[in-house]
Design a binder for this molecule. Structure first.
Ligand SMILES: [Zn+2]
Length: 171
């Protein structure tokens, strides 16, 4: 049975680490994928990267339609291979940065190369919401959070809130 994993939040070092490429047998990843999908669904998220549940590996799950299992995408070792010149600015949030939202400019479409959960090489051209999710989740795999991409003015504004989030972790 898939279980819900604990969410790592801002201030946790695992969110800032660059993840390791997956070298192990793909079939051994099945339980982690199942738990990540379950966690994403339970948290009502559209994307979840492994560092967010404390696993520093290049794995992410995404689902632009959280209630539809058919649209669930599991990615191993994803990388963006092409992007649109055009950018679009929209509000984003993140399960690991609770209570904060902000406008982030992202490519309108991206092409991503990855392996699926069975180890099959795939290429996806994502547009709209899915393109945004791909960019947000792949950022996580490089230790980048959406708050790093906010305007300087907005970052100044959320600084106290971020301090509060990180401070809550000191023991
Ligand atoms: Zn996030």
């Amino acid at each position: 049975m898939a279980k819900r994993l604990g969410m790592r939040t801002y201030g946790d070092a695992v969110l800032r680490a660059k993840t390791e490429r997956i070298a192990e047998e793909r079939s051994r990843l099945a339980p982690l994928f199942a738990d990540m999908a379950e966690t994403m669904r339970a948290e009502r998220g559209v994307g979840l990267a492994a560092p967010q549940v404390g696993v520093s590996k290049r794995i992410a799950v995404m689902n632009p339609e959280p209630d539809n299992d058919e649209t669930l995408i599991r990615m191993v070792n994803p990388r963006i291979v092409a992007v649109s010149d055009e950018l679009e600015t929209l509000e984003e949030g993140c399960l690991s940065v609770p209570g904060i939202r902000g406008e982030v400019a992202r490519h309108v479409w991206v092409e991503v190369s990855y392996e699926d959960e069975k180890g099959v090489e795939r290429k996806l051209r994502a547009e709209g919401l899915l393109a945004r999710i791909v960019q947000h989740e792949l950022d996580h795999l490089d230790g980048v959070l959406f708050i790093d991409r906010l305007s300087l003015a907005k970052r100044a504004l959320i600084k106290p809130k971020l301090k509060g989030l990180a401070g809550g972790k000191e023991r």
